[in-house]
Design a protein around this ligand. Structure first.
Ligand SMILES: O=P(O)(O)OC[C@@H](O)[C@@H](O)c1c[nH]c2ccccc12
Length: 379
C-alpha cells in the first residue's frame, strides 16, 4: 500500500496550532484518539482505498491516521521518490526554529515551499476548508483549459499559447514596471493566446489572487491557469473559487499520492491539472500516474534557475512514445523567446507552450505574440 502523504499538507494536519514532531509525523496524541474513533467509518473498498477515503471531504483525520500507521515521516517518503524538497510542517514555528531543525533551505524552491506552508496555514485559519469548498461550488462553471489548447494547436498548426501574466520572478527580478494584469490579459487574448496563466504567488512573483479575480471578471474568455505552488487541497478549492480553470502541480514538490489526490479533486471541480516535470525521474513518476492528461516540461530548474530548452527535447526523445500512447498533451515551459525556440520545442513534440518573460517584457505584450511565433495566431 502506498503512503498517504496528503496529511503533511500543513493546512490539513497541523492547523490546530501545536508544532508537529520532527519529520512531519502527525501528533501521537491526536492519532491515538483517532485510531479509537475515526471521524467516520472508512467506506472505501480495498482497491484505491486510501484515495477513496481521502476524497471524502471530512476525512483529513483518516489521512493523518494512514500516515501514522505507516510509521514513516513524509519527508522520508518523499525522498524515496527522489524528491529533494523537504517540508518543515511547522506553520506556527519561527523561521529560526525551523532552521535550527532542518538547517537553511537548500535552494529557492525549498524556501518558497517553506514559506508557502506558513501562508497556507494562515489562509486556512482565516477561511476554513468548508468555506472555500462552498465558495468553489458557487463559482461560475470552469472552462475547458485542455480543450482550448487542443483546439488552438489544430487551428494554428503551431503550439497553442498559454500566455503568462507575470510581473516579476526570483530569477529575473521585476519584468515590467507598468503592470496592469487586465490590460495584459486582454492583449494576450486579442492576439490569439489559447489560455492564460496568472501568477498568484505574492512574495516571489509579485502576483496575487486579486489579479486572478480581476482577469476573470474582466470579460476575458480564455481559460485561466492559477500559477501557484500547490501543497494543499485548500489551495485548489480556493483557486476555483477565484475563477481558475486549471492549477499547476509541481512533481519536484509533490509525492505521487499528493498528485493523485489533487488530480482527483481537480476532476471533481472540472479543472485541468498541469503537472510540471523537469527531469527524467519526475517524468517517469508522472507517466505512472493514471489520469494525467497534461504534462508541462519546465526548461528552467526551479532549484538552480538554469534554463535549457534541450531539456524538452531530451525528455521527449526518451518518453515521447508512451506520452503519445497515453494521449497526453505536452506543454513546453520557460525560456522561449523566438520563432526558432518555438519551432525547436514543437519539433521535439510539444503541442503547447507556456511563455511569460519574452511577452511581458515588451512594450506591447499582445503584439509580441506574432513576433514570438513568426505569424499571427487566430482564435
Ligand atoms: O517567463 P518564462 O521564462 O517564459 O517562463 C514562464 C513559465 O514557464 C514560468 O513562469 C514557470 C514555469 N513553471 C513555474 C512554476 C512556478 C513559477 C513559475 C513557473
Amino acid at each position: 500500500m502506498e503512503s498517504a502523504l496528503v496529511s503533511r499538507s500543513v493546512g490539513s494536519s497541523f492547523a490546530a496550532g501545536a508544532a508537529a514532531p520532527r519529520g512531519c509525523l502527525p501528533r501521537p496524541s491526536r492519532v491515538a484518539t483517532l485510531s479509537r474513533a475515526p471521524a467516520r467509518p472508512l467506506r472505501a473498498g480495498p482497491k484505491d482505498s486510501i484515495l477513496e477515503v481521502l476524497a471524502q471531504d471530512d476525512m483529513l483525520n483518516a489521512a493523518e491516521l494512514v500516515q501514522w500507521e505507516n510509521g514513516k515521516s513524509v519527508n522520508s517518503i518523499a525522498a524515496s521518490q527522489g524528491i529533494r524538497i523537504r517540508r518543515h510542517c511547522r506553520p506556527t514555528a519561527s523561521l529560526k526554529e525551523i532552521e535550527e531543525e532542518l538547517g537553511a533551505p537548500h535552494n529557492i524552491l525549498e524556501k518558497i515551499i517553506w514559506d508557502k506552508e506558513i501562508e497556507v496555514a494562515e489562509g486556512l485559519a482565516k477561511k476554513p476548508l468548508k468555506e472555500v469548498m462552498e465558495a468553489a461550488a458557487k463559482a461560475p462553471p470552469s472552462r475547458d483549459f485542455y480543450g482550448a489548447l487542443e483546439a488552438a494547436y489544430k487551428r494554428n498548426g503551431v503550439p497553442a499559447l498559454i500566455a503568462e501574466v507575470k510581473k516579476a520572478s526570483p530569477s529575473r527580478g521585476l519584468l515590467r514596471e507598468n503592470f496592469n494584469p487586465v490590460e495584459i490579459a486582454k492583449a494576450y487574448e486579442k492576439n490569439g493566446a489559447a489560455c492564460l496563466s496568472i501568477l498568484t504567488d505574492e512574495k516571489y512573483f509579485q502576483g496575487s489572487f486579486e489579479n486572478l479575480e480581476k482577469v476573470r471578471a474582466s470579460g476575458v474568455k480564455c481559460p485561466l491557469l492559477c500559477k501557484e505552488f500547490v501543497i494543499d487541497k485548500w489551495q485548489i478549492y480556493n483557486a476555483r473559487s477565484k475563477g481558475a480553470d486549471a492549477v499547476l502541480l509541481i512533481a519536484a514538490v509533490l509525492p505521487d499520492l499528493d498528485i493523485k489526490y489533487f488530480l482527483r479533486i481537480c476532476k471533481e471541480l472540472g479543472m485541468t491539472a498541469l503537472i510540471e516535470v523537469h527531469d527524467e525521474r519526475e517524468m517517469e513518476r508522472v507517466l505512472n500516474i493514471n489520469g494525467v492528461k497534461l504534462i508541462g516540461i519546465n526548461n528552467r530548474s526551479l532549484e538552480t534557475f538554469v534554463v535549457d530548452t534541450a531539456n524538452t527535447k531530451m525528455l521527449l526523445e526518451k518518453h515521447g512514445d508512451s506520452i503519445r500512447e497515453k494521449g497526453i498533451l505536452v506543454v513546453g515551459e520557460s525560456g522561449l523567446f523566438t520563432p526558432d525556440d518555438v519551432a525547436y520545442v514543437q519539433n521535439a513534440g510539444v503541442s503547447a507552450v507556456l511563455v511569460g518573460e519574452s511577452l511581458v517584457k515588451q512594450e506591447d505584450p499582445g503584439r509580441a505574440i506574432a513576433g514570438l511565433f513568426g505569424k499571427e495566431l487566430v482564435h
